[in-house]
Design a protein around this ligand. Structure first.
Ligand SMILES: [Zn+2]
Length: 55
């Protein structure tokens, strides 16, 4: 599972496919509410605000 900014979305998808050998599901963080999970404050690859959840 990756939480990433706009810039690193492609990188996260590439890495996901490499690790899990299947395409990930993408969710926009600001359009999705999670009941018992708090989104990280920054991207998996940098310090930007995350925008997407790649699972
Ligand atoms: Zn990033």
């Amino acid at each position: 599972m990756y939480v990433v900014c706009n810039k690193h979305l492609e990188e996260a998808i590439d890495e996901f496919v490499e690790v899990y050998e299947q395409p990930p599901d993408l969710y926009e963080l600001d359009k999705t509410t999670f009941t018992d999970w708090l989104a990280p404050q920054h991207c998996h690859f940098c310090e930007e605000n995350p925008k997407y959840l790649v699972v």
